[in-house]
Design a protein around this ligand. Sequence first.
Ligand SMILES: C[S@@+](CC[C@H](N)C(=O)[O-])C[C@H]1O[C@@H](n2cnc3c(N)ncnc32)[C@H](O)[C@@H]1O
Length: 193
Amino acid sequence: MPTWLVVVFTIMGGAAVLKIIHALAIVVVHPVTQGAMFTSTARVKIRKALDAVPMKPGELFVDIGCGDGRVLRLARKRYGVTCIGFEINPIAFAKAKLLTMGRRGLEVRCRNFWKADLGKANIVSCYLFPDVMSRLGAKLGKELGSGARVISFNFPIPGWKHQAVLRAASKLNNDPIYIYKIPESLPDSFTGH
Ligand SMILES: C[S@@+](CC[C@H](N)C(=O)[O-])C[C@H]1O[C@@H](n2cnc3c(N)ncnc32)[C@H](O)[C@@H]1O
């Protein structure tokens, strides 16, 4: 067999194996992620959200289900905030770890965010699926302090009153981005009562 053909088969075989590992990782964590699988938000959408949510250095930005850490990296670069990401998918976590290696102020934890206390976060971002959004609203309503901001890509938090709904100026990436702010005193709808 000619060498070039061996190279082509090796590359194709490698790519197929990586695809299978990626799919397996998604299946294994499905009971926890409930469908919110590893896919990255388009940069144009992240920039749109960051433009609308000013942050101060020293504030804590948390991405729950951080994927490859893209949102964290852009938030850190833009505002110098301290960033923590939670990620349960081992492939996404490994990628995020690799891409944030050696960067100060950025931490990625291989952890189920449902088991984490998010009370210290000033800004929370997420791109999760509709099935979990009511439960998420109840968790964030209980744990976040007043003035904390929440960015939810694509899906709203049921019962929460948004501050803004944004869309990036892009034909391909114009899904809604919901922006919320925790008020001084919480209406019942924020805590799921
Ligand atoms: C649609 S991706 C979004 C990734 C990233 N936030 C972004 O916008 O680019 C959702 C991610 O959340 C992760 N995830 C879902 N539920 C989780 C949980 N309970 N704990 C940690 N990660 C979770 C998934 O593994 C997936 O990588």
